[in-house]
Design a protein around this ligand. Sequence first.
Ligand code: BES
Ligand code: MN
Ligand code: ZN
Length: 512
Amino acid sequence: MTDRIDIKFAALDSKLAQTAVLLAGPDVALGSVGRQLNDRAQGKLLRAAAAADFNARVRSTVEVLAPDRIDIGRVVLVGIGAGSDLKELDWIGLGGLAFAQASARKGSDATIVAEVADSVEAPPDLAAMLAYGALLRSYTFTKYRSKPEDEANSNGEPPRKLRSLQILCADPNAARAAFEQLRPVAEGVFLARDLVNEPANALGPVEFAERLQPLARLGLEIEILAEDRLQELGMGALLGVAQGSDRPARVVVMQWHGAKSKKAKPICFVGKGVVFDTGGISIKPAGGMEDMKGDMAGGACIAGLMQALAGRKAQVNAIGLIGLVENMPSAKAQRPGDIVKSMSGQTIEVHNTDAEGRLVLADVIWYAQDRFKPRFIVDLATLTGAIIVALGKEYAGLFSNDDRLSGELFEAGTVTGEKVWRMPLGKAYDKLIDSKTADMKNIGGRYGGAITGAQFIQRFVKDTPWAHLDIAGTGMDTTRSDINQSWGGGWGVRLLDRLVADKYEKGEKAAK
Ligand code: BES
Ligand code: MN
Ligand code: ZN
């Protein structure tokens, strides 16, 4: 992330910046800003909005320039409709939209007024939610532009001049406190976005791992396992993928002990971190291959999640593990037909070197169970093109051996908008990866490619509750929204943070 926006909370009667954004329902009430006007000026402002056909529908906007009797440049009204059916995510989105409106206009500072008409039921921490949405939207990745200020960014968005944002609200202290729990999550999302957007020449396995080291300042315990250690552990599947690259593999283990008892069973998150996926000897076609710099989006999400959990001091013991490799063709690369031995002892015939993510996960998931005996494992991986065919870019594929964990993930997905859709697993699919010569092969044939990928991973799961999220469609080239305009959207950080917050933190909930 390049330039960070400075967000402050202030009382409703504070001075407005040159751009003020107001939330407006059908009976457009100007609230505190109205009080800074007389009746005639209020009437004029409302007439101007009406003349521009502003009807306050949700997400509609109108700009009123140089409003009468008030010493600011413009008022932007953002519609919230009746407001009654708006959910948390909608309010956060409105914060993002308000930010976008403000930042598209002149000036380096702006005001968002977190106030709605009495008739509207807004959440108690509306100001913090708007701030959170604005912060998420403010992310840009411009470090590789030599003239970042003069040019539109990669999404065609105008350059951002906005540097600071005040949120006016009834109780700035309460808003600040609520925002302190949200800001670390946004920072985790930013870390994930940064890692996904970073090109592979700058971010190999070693560099990725090094980038996480500073997170120790948050109280995370960070271990980086180098190749000799991975060899000792017997991670033949992961190392087989890495052997075609000049850049050595790494596994990062990030531990957060935030539960009352440091010894309470942890929950585990595992990410695929293929820093670049050429396909290996089963090389991919050239068109679009540049996107394979994002094949570490699962790992990036785990890094962002751990930053979020530590940043907000989540009351949970959580471990994040990332398998980092580069999948390259070379004279040293593994061949189709090669048989490798995984840490679990199971052997794998590599039919297609482009089905590499599952080979990496097989060893890291085994290691996670072996070492941490976790309550559950969730793995995230940009695993298959097939999941994009099945679900498009709206939902990630969810595969699980556990109905409860599945349900919890589905719920967290609905709340955060990082949605997951459950897909089947079963014996008949599992059979498709049987091999003539080894315990299994790494592909299943033409049909059900996302499912056979998941079946493969399941062969490395013992009796631990486990969920696999295939994020090939959501982790990179993430759908743009009010709170994300970046190719690397940091997908999954908010989802998993929410899963933890709602179901695995603190007393009763966590004890279940
Ligand atoms: N990283 C790819 C999957 C992918 C595709 C991610 C498109 C994002 C966008 C993965 O390693 C891969 O190559 N999968 C193969 C599996 C096949 C060989 C069984 C695929 O999907 O084609
Ligand atoms: Mn691949
Ligand atoms: Zn891949």
